[in-house]
Design a protein around this ligand. Sequence first.
Ligand code: KMH
Ligand code: ZN
Length: 279
Amino acid sequence: MGKFDQLIITAAICGAEVTRKETPYLPITPEELSEEAKRCYEAGASIVHLHVRDAEGNPTQDAAIFKQTVQLIRQKAPKLIVQVSTGGATWMKAHERVQSIESEPDMATLSTGSCNFGDDLFLNSKSMVMEFAKQMQERSIMPEFECFEIGHIHFANWLVQKGHVIWPHYHYDFVMGVPGAIAASVPLMVRMREEIPGEASWTVAGIGRMEIPMAAAAIAMGGNVRVGMEDNLYISKGVLAKSNAELVEKVVRIAKEIGRPIAVSDEVREYFRLKKKDS
Ligand code: KMH
Ligand code: ZN
């Protein structure tokens, strides 16, 4: 495939940390999450990054809830690429976190190192990451390397070099601005990009008020963008986004001004060489 210039937009619609107290617009139930995923798809997202919640609205990696949500998303937006979280929440155990891949998504996140995460520790030991990678490989689920620090990129590269992750294409997500991990700044993003293999692709997820500035810089640099309430709740200063789709629409507007075409899911499926999946 020649140069892939289209902008891949990932919508991170729920996350594990945000609460309904912080925003009444947070989608939580499988029905709400699937409707929101469809809205984001229609707005221009080609990938949905998915966390789910239990009946009380608390984060969970429960396989049944993931399966139900993935099935609903596939009914409502059949082309949308579904990427489940194996990061879950900081307090979850490894066996709990990895259950999400039982929903047979197209992709799953693979966090490739530990870091502080606000007041907590986000633990991703070498053995945990290798076990998650093995299980994803067995199920033909493409990993997205979640890098909260520059060294996480190096460990992802090691996994590839040693054959622990084998895929025709590799994609990295630079998560920038989590308190306790790498800051959200353009020079650091440039530095991170230098560390990934030349043929790989990358996305930036800027946290909080840095979401849109980092997105704009990534669009200009030829990278890709993640937006959504997992990372940022505001559409503009002091104004809550009423839907994740509003954040996707904002990125689409910026991309149009900069001259980046928006990728559609089928193009990304081919670029990433995703395997056909059914719920
Ligand atoms: N909630 C964070 C502790 C992922 O989705 O893979 C981890 C996270 C990363 O959100
Ligand atoms: Zn996540």
